[in-house]
Design a protein around this ligand. Structure first.
Ligand SMILES: [Zn+2]
Length: 569
């Protein structure tokens, strides 16, 4: 038997595993894990075999292992991207051991990723699956480590980018001393095709899934879905506000929308318009805070030709343009006092006067106003007319902030995900579980608008075909996602005992280097100079420390930090 290949240290992988008993969760990187009794998996196996037969049970367990291998292959890409192919590949066997599947000894590994060639042979000792099978069924006729074999196939296939079929050629369930698997591309096995059913997801099913995802994404960009229009929410707070809106839609009442910045007041106003009998008429929105005070009057009420220097032509105001429809005045608290009087008159009389005109015009407009400031306080401070507030406050609707809509966050995030993946032409697996949890915990000071921004950023940053992870959503500022509480950093120490993990020195070092703001060349130069100084000027010793040759070190020292590119700061 050939010499077993040596494993690199698995510190990087153990660091991925975090026990968070306070939140009732175990994490492997971004993926949530669970501790199961092998006895319960054994019982499941027995039930499945007895109810649907050996072949179907084998298929289910194989695919289960396959899925978990696929998931773990993601870690190979992320954890050891810079290392050689052997070390990167061994993430799989090492994770498999960490996850308690079996002791894995690589006997043979030869691969060429570009040419798609792979040849591997592994030995398994203490396979939990063989043990569980034997316990329930006694000695088996055929190798029985289905889930483990599925894992090897899923992991290696994802790693190689083509379907690699592993077969178990010896198994302790059959009385062999240990289990042994052999893997190569499915086309290289004479009977490979017959095994395809166990491993590959049904390609037709995959296609249908991909298509339905596309349809879903397109639908969400095209039309408002359901009776809530583009508004999404199931939380009691949201439903209450939406019910009030529905009742107001049937009437002509003036509506005052209150709520924090970013809760979606304009969306509510638009939906009110769409639900009302005025839906065929125009919906005109004005943000009172966005216009300079001297322009608002002309903007709202229009201008007669020659009303002031520069008024070369008559212009209709927003009030007139909203005739027969809905006028939405956002941030009404910022309306200057003289205009408040004019607005009040327009509301009471149903008519307006253009700037520089003596004649009044009838307008038929439903007003929806919105504010994120306390208008009562503004009245007390003399910044807002009490009579206008009374006129506006007939039917107030408070739109709840996102933090009071816990049940809606995931729903909203998924809706936004579909919209932005379509917009940016991305195909993603959705949010990682950890990312969803971080979304659920965030305080959302910027409300739905903040969520929109985060999801759009996540869609842009996530790798094509991958999932949106915590760091794609939240920048690595403390207090977000990772690292909230010591319980989060509980992991396995080198003795396999649960212990509080120190901060990752690599991550820490990189964070400090980034924070220094120095360009890469300058960092390199400082490191070289430091090593030389440490070795009292002995270049050979410094080079050894740095893992390069003496001439390389001498060359890099001579070269010094690269001059900045012209035009760079
Ligand atoms: Zn086995």
């Amino acid at each position: 038997m050939p010499n077993p290949l040596k494993y690199p240290p698995d510190t990087d992988l153990r660091r991925l595993l975090r026990f968070a008993p306070d939140e009732g969760a175990i994490w492997l990187g971004e993926r949530r894990m669970v501790l199961l009794h092998t006895a319960s998996l054994g019982a499941l196996r027995e039930d499945l075999i007895n109810s649907i037969g050996l072949e179907q049970a084998r298929r289910i367990f194989t695919r289960m292992g396959y899925a978990s291998g696929l998931n773990d292959a993601e870690f190979a890409r992320r954890t050891r991207p810079g290392l050689d192919l052997n070390a990167a590949f061994l993430v799989g066997p090492q994770l498999h051991m960490l996850e308690g599947a079996a002791r894995v000894t690589p006997l043979k590994m030869a691969f060429d990723r570009e040419a798609g060639r792979f040849e591997g042979e592994f030995r398994w000792d203490h396979s939990w699956e063989a043990h569980a099978h034997r316990q329930k069924f006694g000695p088996a006729d055929d190798p029985s480590c289905w889930m483990l074999t599925g894992y090897a196939c899923g992991y290696t296939s994802a790693f190689m980018g083509r379907l690699i079929l592993f077969k178990e050629v010896a198994c302790t369930a059959c009385g062999d001393e240990f289990c042994r698997i052999v893997g190569r591309p499915i086309e290289d096995w004479p009977d490979g095709e017959a095994h395809r059913v166990y491993f590959a997801t049904d390609s037709l099913v995959e296609k249908i899934e991909a298509l339905s995802l596309q349809v879903e994404a397109l639908r969400s960009t095209l039309a408002p879905a359901g009776p809530c229009g583009s508004m999404v929410g199931q939380s009691p707070a949201f439903r209450r506000a939406f019910e009030l809106l529905g009742k107001a839609a049937a009437t002509q009442v003036t509506v005052l929308l209150t709520g924090e910045t970013g809760v979606g007041k304009e969306r509510f106003a638009r939906t009110l318009h769409e639900l009302s009998a005025r839906r065929a008429g125009p919906f005109v929105a004005v943000n009172c805070a966005a216009l300079p005070a001297e322009l608002i009057e002309a903007e709202l009420f229009g201008v007669e030709k020659g009303a002031y220097t520069g008024a070369h032509a008559a212009r209709t105001g927003r009030f007139e343009r909203a005739d027969g429809g809905t006028l939405f005045l956002d941030e009404i608290g910022d309306l200057p006092l003289p205009l408040q009087a004019k607005l009040l008159r327009a509301l009471q009389e149903g008519e307006i006067e253009r700037l520089g005109s003596e004649t009044t015009r009838k307008v038929n407009v439903r007003l929806v106003a919105a504010t994120n400031v306390d208008l009562d306080a503004a009245v007390k401070a003399g910044r807002f007319r009490r009579d206008l507030l009374y006129r506006l406050n007939i039917y107030p609707i408070r739109i709840p902030p996102l933090r009071e809509r816990g049940a809606d966050i995931e729903l909203l995030a998924q809706t936004l995900l579909a919209r932005f993946t379509a917009l940016h032409g991305k195909r993603l697996q959705g949010f990682s579980e950890r990312a969803l949890q971080a979304l659920g915990r965030h305080g959302w000071p910027g409300n739905v608008r903040e969520l929109e921004n985060l999801v759009e950023r996540g869609v842009i940053l996530a790798a094509q075909g991958g999932a949106i992870e915590v760091e794609d959503l939240f920048s690595l500022s403390p207090g977000h996602g990772h690292g909230d509480g010591a319980a989060d950093r509980t992991g396995l120490d080198p003795h396999g005992q649960l212990a509080a993990l120190p901060p990752d020195p690599d991550e820490d070092l990189c964070a400090r280097m980034l924070a220094s703001g120095l360009p890469l060349e300058e960092l390199e130069h400082q490191l070289l100079a430091f090593a030389v100084a440490r070795e009292s000027g002995n270049l050979s010793a410094a080079a050894r420390r740095l893992g390069i040759t003496r001439p390389q070190l001498a060359y890099r020292l001579r070269r010094g930090p690269m001059p900045s590119e012209p035009g760079a700061q």
